[in-house]
Design a protein around this ligand. Sequence first.
Ligand code: M6R
Length: 592
Amino acid sequence: MCGIIGYIGNKDVSEVLFHGLYSLEYRGYDSAGMAISDGAHLKTLKCVGRVSNLEDNYKNNEKFNGFFGIAHTRWATNGGASFENAHPHTVGKVTLVHNGIIENADSIKSSLINCGYHFYSETDSEVIAAFLDNELKHNNIFKSIQVLRKSLKGSYALGIIIDGDDCIYAIRKDSPLLVGVNQDEFFLASDISAFLRYTNKYFLLEETELVVLGKDDFKVYKDDIVVSKEFLTSNSESHSLDKLDYDHYMLKEIMEEPIVLKNLIDSYRSGENIDLYDLSRYDEIHIVACGSAMYAGLIGQSLIEEEAYIKVNVFPASEYRYKKKIFNSKSLVILVSQSGETADTIAAMREVKNMNIPTLGIINNPNSTMARECDKVILINAGIEVAVATTKAYINQVCVFALMAYTTSLSKGISNDVSLDDFDSIPVLLQNILDNSHVYKEVAKDLFEHDSCFFIGRGIDYAICMEGSLKLKEVSYIHSEAYQAGELKHGTISLIDDGIPVIAVISNSFLKDKTLANLNETLARGAYGIVVTTSELDDLKDFRKVLVPTVNRFCQSLLIVPTLQLISYYVSLYRGCDIDKPKNLAKSVTVE
Ligand code: M6R
């Protein structure tokens, strides 16, 4: 994880770097730092904690007018969140920022210690700086960076400044780096959001390339040869990074769900990528993803199996990449990712591609590694998500699966009782649901003082519970488990005590009584029951309830999950948690 921003140009460097750091803070917020240079002098500032701490520190220090700089926001991997471990790291003539993990850092470090180097941090990044400094004693900058690249094992995106030089150098492997280009100014960043305010023209640095950003121009080298790059233009709007009048990005992003959902359904109706939604030519599908994206995949599994009669398995990418994979000639692997940069999902994608199995990505970030490398891609176009807890991107991932199940079912002649018009009404219904904030606040008041909570459901409702439970623990730090309702009594029911909240999700009429019976088993042991269900199934009494309108079976989960997202939001609010940046997390998990 970690976020990198670099800038060279005529603007106030610190201002550009701070803006970039704030935009990238979703990638980690254990410490932050920056280095600014005028070519002759370099000033470094770093601190533990948030970018705002760094900015306070900066304001209390003497101003330094350089024309280029690099900055970093950290998610701790090697070594804790300390001042010593914060980036940039300076060793001798080298100052750098690093995103990634170097696997052979220990052996490089031992040989550098033998050469007389001392290390002050626990990081692999300081080892990189020392290695490069040592190389510079024998070679020029260009050659030294090439030697460095050949010597490192693992993942890295590096922004490098050398003492007495006036350029920024950058290389990468398995961690993203983009170069933004404007008249007379250049940017380097882990993600386009860091410089979108200034330019939407950019290119992606390839793994074999070295970019040198100078005052007046830039050069990209592949081996020793200068190559020209094709510029891309981003259509993402920088204002989507504004919090508007919302207190938190999470709330803002939940409230954007009706509009992003509508845009997605409209783009499908206009025929965009429509052939990718028809899965009828496959007879076995693997859905591979992490976290919420995997739970969106669980809903996809339920819908595609139930409605389109295709066998689907869902795997966490971290397991899938190392497991034996058995395919046939009609296999498809679907990879789901908001960021398109999740390390495990990328690794799984590359492995499957090496086996010549077709890959289909369901991706939010159009500029990401996965959006480029999957054979086919459906962009969910949910817009930039800032809150670490995903909400609107998850909803659009689920909607893509609903449309896939629907299209495939039609094309296989299985069902024709649902029409696309039934999808059209969902955004408006969702808007009404979101407007009922008092309901979710009441449920949140029931939950926020508890230490533990359970979600139970069967079939697709269990998939919904998985997401509801992850959201709650992620933003409120309440221990929460999602269980297949019938499984609870096989051991876990021993944890049910007086007053413990059990949230039952019931949207399936066929399984309603079964889940209800399981809920009653917990009530008999003192649990406090909350039911999330649809208006059609609501003949339940004596429960705290959350009701959503009954809609077609493809879309029901699109109305239920947002209620759970809002409950989690308010629980987190009442507990005083850091809603948009929960502890220990980062939005984009770019390490294994
Ligand atoms: O960017 P991705 O969709 O690949 O990220 C996958 C997970 O890391 C992500 O969904 C994570 O579980 C979220 N924090 C959940 O809100």
